[in-house]
Design a protein around this ligand. Structure first.
Ligand code: NAD
Ligand code: 6OD
Length: 486
């Protein structure tokens, strides 16, 4: 049994109220530990520690010293790789093979990548004429924004939290992180790493709890938080936007998706099947960039559906430590109830269930866990709720199309605009179609291939702002113009 405390000013602290809640394994619903729930008191202590740290030794570090410190954090995550891996898999139930390839390495890389961005960040300069003929020089100067609240989801806990903490700290800010109530472990462990590396107290703080009337709300409404960066559901994003309006605080919102894949008859079919299998089913379908709507050009529709069914049938469900398993449970029983609701709704809405659709029998030891079958549907109308609403589970609907114009319209017929995947061997078509996608990220003949120098974010209801590379610098720093009269 583990106990997860807040990490405030370099120390692990309990909630003054004594309030805790359970952390349960998605694999078998067993109790993993107890999580302390922050009240206003702990959130305020964390924000005040972060505010004070802005003026302490952290602010005196040179850019090179800060880079060295954050590179050390990346190295320590890698040195304690197995502990992070164990913690992430306990919390999420995801296969170790996946977390070892994606979650933990990216958790470390997110600290290194942005120190490089900051070190190589150019600034603007303008010489201007003045009436006295002597002129003036203008140049842009960036300063840290201040205390950044980081609100993180449960699907890729370490990766998505460090994706924000990395650039925030590289720019000289301090942070208060609220990890998801479902997945507190790796964020809590990162506190130890910060201390081991000598990151000054108060630079990285963690408070645990829920959203409304709990740590999330207390943090986002705190007047001494200067900016809020959030990843999670669109509806939560709206609540955070309202909270940020008070005091005109800046926000960066990375929200939900209902992402399309467009599979043209001139694709490499096997590559398209392999890519769509990953985009629909990796992490049990719990990836914001994942594909829930697949559009396949009619000549290859039947073959594509058949190949996808064959591949889904081969997925091996099992515990994280089962080296044969490549498919884990959903994150919680609550989330499974939501996904199962959509599975039942699909049938009500007239879907043909090509494969899956139910809750698997995992045997006595695992049946209490949040297991669900990977599922493929065909035959739904374009206005079905299953086609329009984000499910965030291991499922996709496959629909035929006849021409490029039609599929562009279908792909864009959504409130969301996070990602799209295009499968074609025709480069002109790939570029033409990609340019028409109403989405922040478009992959051609690939999916979730990430270069951290590129922009990342969503159009429409998938978010506000862009992070990644220099784009995140707009959010994590305050730009000031310095004008010098010559
Ligand atoms: P969620 O919105 O329920 O929760 C995210 C975080 O917000 C949690 O820490 C939660 O406690 C907190 N929260 C909830 N209500 C709050 C409030 N009123 N004030 C402050 N904090 C609050 O999302 P989730 O269920 O954890 O994650 C799944 C969702 O995240 C999906 O919609 C998925 O698409 C989205 N997501 C988006 C991206 C992206 O980059 N665009 C990445 C991953 C996940
Ligand atoms: O790769 C990333 O940087 C990123 N933000 C991924 C988001 C995945 C969503 O589930």
């Amino acid at each position: 049994m583990k106990e997860f405390k807040h990490f405030i000013n370099g120390q692990y602290v309990s909630s003054a109220s004594g309030k805790t809640f359970d952390n349960r394994s998605p694999v078998d619903n067993s109790l993993i530990g107890t999580i302390h729930e922050a009240g206003r008191e702990e959130v305020d202590a964390a924000v005040q520690a972060a505010k004070a740290a802005l003026k302490g030794p952290w602010s005196k570090l040179t850019q090179v010293e800060r880079t060295q410190l954050l590179n050390k954090v990346a190295e320590r995550i890698n040195a304690r790789f197995d502990e992070f891996l164990e913690a992430e898999c306990l919390d999420t139930g995801k296969p170790r093979s996946m977390a070892a390839q994606i979650d933990i390495p990216r958790g470390a890389a997110n600290f290194k990548a942005f120190t490089e961005t900051v070190a190589n960040l150019p600034t603007e300069g303008f010489r201007m004429d003045t009436p006295d003929g002597k002129g003036a020089m203008n140049f842009g100067h960036r300063t840290p924004k201040g205390v950044i609240a980081v609100i993180a989801p449960w699907n890729l806990p370490l990766l998505l939290m460090t994706w924000k903490v990395g650039p925030a700290l590289a720019c000289g800010n301090t942070v208060v992180v609220k990890p998801s109530e479902e997945t507190p472990m790796t964020t809590t462990l990162l506190g130890e790493v910060m201390n081991e590396c000598g990151v000054p107290p108060g630079v990285f703080n963690v408070v645990h709890g829920f959203g409304p009337d709990s740590a999330g709300e207390f943090l986002t409404t705190h007047p001494d938080v200067n900016a809020i960066t959030f990843t999670g559901e669109t509806r939560t994003g709206e609540a955070i936007m309202k909270a940020a309006a008070v005091g005109l605080r800046n926000i960066s919102l990375e929200c939900g998706g209902k992402n399309p894949a467009l599979v043209f008859a001139d694709c490499d079919l096997e590559k398209a099947v392999e890519g769509t299998m990953r985009s629909a089913f990796v992490n049990c379908g719990q990836v914001c960039l994942g594909t829930e709507r697949v559009y396949v050009e009619r000549p290859i529709f039947a073959q594509f559906v058949a190949r996808m069914k064959e591949e889904v049938a081969k997925l091996k469900l099992g515990r994280p430590e089962d080296s044969e398993a490549n498919f884990g449970p959903l994150v919680s029983l609550e989330h499974r109830a939501k996904v199962k609701y959509y599975y039942d709704l699909a049938v009500e809405e007239g879907a043909t269930v090509e494969i899956g659709g139910g809750i698997p029998d995992m045997g006595e030891a695992l049946n209490a866990g949040a297991w669900i079958e990977p599922t493929i549907w065909t035959g739904l109308a374009d206005d079905a709720r299953v086609i329009r609403e984000e499910i965030f589970g291991p499922c996709c609907h496959i629909r035929p199309f006849d021409d490029e114009e039609e599929v562009i319209a279908l792909a864009n017929d959504t409130d969301y605009g996070l990602a799209a995947a295009i499968w074609t061997e025709n480069t002109s078509r790939a570029i033409r179609v990609a340019e028409h996608m109403e989405a922040g990220i478009v992959w051609v003949n690939s999916w979730f291939l990430r270069d951290l120098r590129t922009s990342f974010g969503g159009a429409k209801q998938s978010g506000i702002g862009r992070e990644g590379g220099i784009h995140g610098m707009e959010f994590y720093t305050e730009m000031k113009n310095i004008c010098i009269k010559l």
